[in-house]
Design a protein around this ligand. Structure first.
Ligand SMILES: [Zn+2]
Length: 129
């Protein structure tokens, strides 16, 4: 037994992370829909958030095979792409609302509510479909 690893420090925050990180690591995104794939604990990482996503991805890979599209192409319908852009736009509007409220000296409770909306919209905007 030459290998001895102390696990006591692993419960602590990484020492190099001082202050709030600008880009925290995101959970893995579902390769089909882009939603976060919940961590299933130990074991290998899942690539899809649910069985239907795995199935749709398989169907698309089959459809794309032999075409000019790369195997890992992400193909969205015009409607899906439009909805994605719309969600991003909603996030911008919500962010601008926060900025406006701040510049106008809005009460703290109002800012909190606007930030809650912003976070919720941003979370929803992370998905592809
Ligand atoms: Zn998914």
């Amino acid at each position: 037994m030459s290998l001895s690893v102390s696990t006591s420090s692993q419960q602590l925050e990484p020492p190099e992370q001082s202050g709030r990180s600008r880009s925290p690591r995101r959970l893995d995104a579902c390769l089909w829909c882009g939603r976060e794939v919940p961590d299933a604990g130990s074991g290998r990482r899942r690539r899809y958030c649910r069985q239907s996503c795995r199935q749709r991805a398989y169907e698309q890979r089959t459809a794309v095979k032999g075409s000019a599209f790369p195997d890992d192409a992400v193909v969205l319908t015009a409607e899906e792409a439009s909805a994605l852009v719309d969600r991003a736009f909603e996030v911008r509007c919500a962010a601008e609302d926060v900025a406006t409220a701040l510049s106008e000296g809005a009460p703290h409770a109002d800012l909190e509510a606007l930030c809650r909306d912003l976070v919720q919209l941003a979370r929803d905007a992370e998905r592809l479909r």
